[in-house]
Design a protein around this ligand. Sequence first.
Ligand code: MLT
Length: 390
Amino acid sequence: MSEFSLAKRVAALPPYLFAEIDRVKNLVRARGVDIISLGIGDPDLPTPDFIIDALNAAARKPENHQYPSYVGLARFRAAVAGWYKRRFDVDLDPENEVVTLIGSKEGIAHFPLAFVDPGELVLICPPNYPVYGVATGFAGGRVKHLPLREENDFLPDLDAVSDAEWEQAKIICVNYPNNPTAAVAPRAFYEKLVAKAKASNTIVLSDAAYTEMYFDPAKKPLSLLEIPGAKDVVIEFHSLSKTYNMTGWRIGMAVGNPSLVKGLGKIKENVDSGAFQAIQEAGIAALEQGEPFARDFRRIYKERRDLAVAGLKKMGIECRAPEATFYLWAKVPKGLTAAAFVTDILEKTGVVLTPGNGFGLPEAGEGYFRIALTVPKDRIEEALSRIAAM
Ligand code: MLT
């Protein structure tokens, strides 16, 4: 059999973080170990029945069996606009300011192809969801890292970018509530970001997938588009995955500046043929009727958060109780690297954690590990007691 060499852009990639974790997890499971996965942020709670019912009904409609619209069903885009208005008081024109995605990962991965020429600069804030950097690399862009540090509440130092670099920067990628640190962006940070981006004509890619996973209704995370004038420079990516337990369904949206939405749509026309319309119909049901369910999920994650934070504290592991996301960003015990710590725990206890150094720039997340609260409370207790007994 001939063996073909990979293109340089692919050969240079590290293994995809969660694919690698899956590989190691499966090796350990094959030894008969009872695995508790606190690794990938994949909700264990089922998709609500009314969404599945909407899919079933829509799947029976012959008109949904043909190619969907490239940019998404008009009714799905209208439902997205309606949801943004109700949730954030943001006005969106469904025709020009919303595009349906096959999950927000797809849109984020394609976006730089539309706007970044080889050699152009993209600002990324590590530790980060790895896709921003990989997608920049696929487009031939170059990255400047703006590390997120605990002493800055995991917000990037926008003043650390010189005026010349702001002028060169084609895109800045931000993600709040943040994966993996669970930080939430205050309004003042967003105002400064929009002002800097507007002054330098830099695109702001806002990954807002976790805005609905908050624990205090008095402190709901913002959409970046709530900031006056943001639509001049912002494209925001959102997803139904985490809010309604729909990771496997692959449905999300990009909204904001019409020329940015249009540019992403142009890439998508050429590489995919749209999202299955029946899933978009189910997505409409989720967006229009899902809030009471999302409220229940928040309560469940809050209980898990409190249990896990208390358990970690008892073991002497430092971890802030997050205000949003279903992640805990905790400190690796002194003297160990993140990789050594999580590997040791997996080998000895069967508990899967994510090492902080796996999120974009390794040194930015070194010294931390991430817990996803994606198993029931009894399994969290079990995981903690196995770790404590090590
Ligand atoms: C994560 O665990 O960081 C995310 O779930 C991965 C993803 O959303 O693709």
